[in-house]
Design a binder for this molecule. Sequence first.
Ligand code: GLN
Length: 452
Amino acid sequence: MTVAVKDNICTKSMPTTCSSAMLRDFRSPFDATVVQLLNDSGATIIGKANCDEFGMGSLNVHSIHGPVVNPHQHPSSALDWPVRERRSAGGSSGGSAAAVAAGMCSAALATDTGGSVRLPASYCGVVGLKPSYGLISRRGIYDHLQRWGVVSFADSLDCVGIIGKDVISASQVLDVLSVFDERDPTAARPLTRERAQELCSEHMAEWASLPSGDFTKLRIGIPQEYFPVSLDSSIVSPFRRVVRALKDRGATVLPVSLPNTSYALSAYYVIASAEASSNLARYDGVQYGLRVPLPPDSVTKSPGEAYSHSRTAGFGAEVKRRILLGTYALTADAFDNYFLQAQRLRQCIRDDFMRVFRVPNPLARSATPNVAGVHVLLHPSAVRTAPFLDEQDGLDAYTQDVLTVPASLAGLPALSLPMAVDAGGDGWPLGVSVVGQWGCEKMILTVGSTIE
Ligand code: GLN
């Protein structure tokens, strides 16, 4: 299998720049566990994929390598590059999704902190899987030297995700990567994995054991909060078609409510920025990252001045914005009102999901199954098709993640698949997402393969 690797995942044989001037010359002395696992299983790593700087962005426009142009060929247009529409491939893993969509490889490794696998997959018309938090190794800090496997953005949210040309390719890569890595401090323990698998299989047996294609016992929830006013109207009918096809096979489709969804975006941007500001503090131009010496005539020559000189040159505008936002949220004055509130909301969002799932949470001590609950949730992956590259405004990019961040905050697995688009739309790809209980990757992939 040919695989591309997002440029925030360490590779020994190729540079790892995180699309940042700060790491322009960085070469990792080791492969991330995920890369090593792929190599060991015989995959061919074809190259590193562009991304937003340190994974911060939704459109892959914040990169020292330039923006990623969506390779989708508009069906009604005979125009060839460079005349055809320049649309975003989505971010932050735009390069990974574009490489798969352009047929350069059958799968790509990427990271998903708040939607960076699912959003590009939706915009480029490929499959994107964000696994449960802690399932795939990020090989974090494993000794006093703080080496990385995957370069941290926001540790409590970061997941390695997979982009594939179809559900089978994504599942094959997942099988190789989904192993316990004792060097990753946030990896789910083997017992937790076993328990999750048992619960998932037990609940899949309720419907997947019937003759193939018969979904009479499958219960699917449609979260009513996932249809915000910003949702483009052209998404509704392709989504309805997906629902109808599942109903035709016997699935029970129910409306469900996740009432705290509207707070997810604000909570996410506070938490992710706070963690990023702390993580990125290590790039001081002394221990890590680009070093830009102070001019010889500089007056103070204090260490602070030297750090800020290197950091000013090394980080791009979006990363600086996040560092400022996150540092502010962590200051004594703002901590209670921003960071703590965001953590409380995160818990409410997690509780919302746990209330609607039929499969109990394998991470909880005592878990009673919810017989009235649903096996999986289904919703559009994004509020629109790929935006044009040339008309971007900052906050608009943040709102692209509105449908992907809740599953990230709750650490749940989510799969985005392309939907068949109709003539009423603009001819660009759209994704539909299947979200499941923690550890229920097999379940969402099985449901996904029937939608595909
Ligand atoms: N777009 C989100 C952000 O900029 C998510 C990024 C990601 O998942 N890496 O934070």
